[in-house]
Design a protein around this ligand. Structure first.
Ligand code: FRU
Length: 465
């Protein structure tokens, strides 16, 4: 594992070196949690994708495993083993994924030959779906004979169902439903939901349907954002009553796992926010988000919390009952770290804004302010995060509700990751790349009035490999 780079996260899942994108095939099997991911073992760029593999006993500490799926030179996945999911087929761990070959995207299936899920047999009859749906017609582009990929599979009353992400000719993205009795012969049923081009992108990648009992959630990734739809799904149709982004920053193509005690945990890919040469120089690219527990609030909205298991990582603690700030005050916090968790309750009183600045050098040359304003906006300002011209410097922001209550904040800083949870509902993850060794400080300040920060806790967090 590359580990001498201060930008390398230490408690987020990363590839040992080289390239990572989407989480795949999440499954709890034989007492262990398995996380596969889109992986290029050759370099920190997206090409000829394999499935990398990490395992955990506790969802917190991880071990690298050998590559699980490799493109077969003669197979339908010759150009790449793309995203997919894992299911338990009557005791046989099974993955469905997209093979790339020439200009085609071809659904494939493989079964594990061992309980450690390290050896996979690809079905000789791959691909399992060859014909593209014609009603509506799947989008063709210069590069692809059909934008048709990624898999979410579940079982209902003895029947298997799957969603495949697609783009539709003349329309926008869609999540296409298929049905099967054996995971191999699939019958097309039509889109459960289709977006219009303007609001939700031309192609939907990595669709996932999650069941919360009386309500369902569908999320899709549309090249820019992860959009979720909350509503009800029945008989092949999804009726939407709300939509939002799952995360307002650098977060893409998430996938979820059910725990034995009935919780939904979701991981997303945190793409880099430095340019290709920066990734090349670093020798690695991509991290996973922390596992997020998704649930529905009483008002029907979506809650997102860091998985409670993560408290295992907490080391040394610094704690304040309350910090009161007057207009223009700045308070330095005695923390020197690039891997920590912060938890606080922020009350604006009559301030216009409060800033929590992390990864800050003593002279302020590099700093990443997380800014909360009375307009109820939370922003991560990256304009001074790094003096490295390879790093992105734009600001990412989101609206935080409810606007008149104190803000409850959980912030996870890890090398180049700043992962923010607000009010246990809204997430914003930013990638930042401080260059200076002393970019480890933290400060609090108030603007235009007074503010109170209560129950402030900071924990150093341990590495997980
Ligand atoms: C999403 C995605 C998927 C595809 C995979 C290829 O990031 O483009 O649609 O299966 O990545 O790596």
């Amino acid at each position: 594992r590359l580990d001498d780079d201060p930008c390398r996260p230490s408690y987020h899942v990363t590839p040992p070196a080289n390239w990572l994108n989407d989480p795949n095939g999440l499954i709890h099997w034989n007492g262990r949690y398995h996380l596969f991911y889109q992986y290029n073992p050759v370099g920190p760029f997206h090409n000829t994708i394999h499935w990398g593999h990490a395992v955990s006993d506790d969802l917190v500490h991880w071990e690298d495993r050998p590559v699980a799926l490799t493109p077969s030179p003669e197979g339908p996945d010759r150009d790449g083993c793309w995203s997919g999911c894992a299911v338990d087929d009557g005791g046989v761990p099974t993955v469905l994924y997209t093979g790339g070959r020439d200009k085609r995207q071809l659904p494939c299936i493989a079964t594990a030959a061992d309980d450690d899920l390290t050896a996979w047999d690809k079905d000789p009859d791959n691909p399992i779906i060859e014909e593209l749906p014609t009603e509506p017609e799947v989008l063709r582009t210069e590069d692809w004979e059909g934008e048709f990929r990624d898999h979410c599979v579940w079982r209902e009353d003895g029947t298997w169902y799957q969603l495949i992400g697609a783009g539709m000719e003349g329309g926008g993205g869609a999540a296409l439903l298929y049905e099967s009795t054996d995971l191999r012969d699939w019958e097309y049923r039509g889109p459960i939901l289709a977006g219009d081009r303007d609001t939700a992108g031309t192609v939907w990648e990595c669709p996932e349907l999650l069941d919360f009992g009386d309500r369902q959630l569908l999320h899709i990734s549309n090249y820019e954002d992860v959009v979720y739809f909350l509503g009800s799904y029945a008989d092949g149709e999804f009726e939407v009553d709300r939509r939002d982004k799952l995360d307002h920053g650098d977060f893409y193509a998430p996938q979820s796992m059910w725990t034995d005690d009935g919780r939904i945990l979701t991981w997303g890919w945190l793409p880099e926010a430095r340019d290709v040469s920066g990734q090349w120089d670093a020798g690695w690219s991509g991290a996973m988000s922390l596992p997020r527990e998704l649930s529905l609030a009483d008002d029907g909205g979506l809650c997102q919390r860091p998985a409670p298991e993560l408290t295992e990582l907490r080391g040394e603690n610094t704690s304040y009952d309350v910090v009161r700030l007057g207009a223009g005050d700045t308070e330095q916090l005695p923390v020197e770290s690039r891997s920590f968790e912060l938890r606080a309750t922020v009350r604006l009183e009559d301030a216009e804004a409060v800033e929590l600045s992390v990864l800050e050098t003593p002279d302020g040359e590099e700093r990443t302010p997380i800014r909360y304003t009375y307009e109820s906006e939370l922003a991560v300002d990256r304009s001074a995060s790094s003096t490295d011209p390879q790093a992105t410097g734009d600001t990412q922001s989101m609206r935080v509700r409810p606007y008149d209550a104190p803000l409850s904040l959980r912030v996870f800083v890890d090398g180049s990751v700043v992962e923010v949870f607000a009010n246990e509902r809204h997430c914003l993850t930013s990638r930042v790349y401080p260059t200076r060794e002393d970019a480890t400080g933290m400060s609090l300040s108030a603007e235009g009035g007074r503010a109170t920060i209560a129950s402030l806790d900071i924990w150093e967090l341990d590495g997980v490999w």
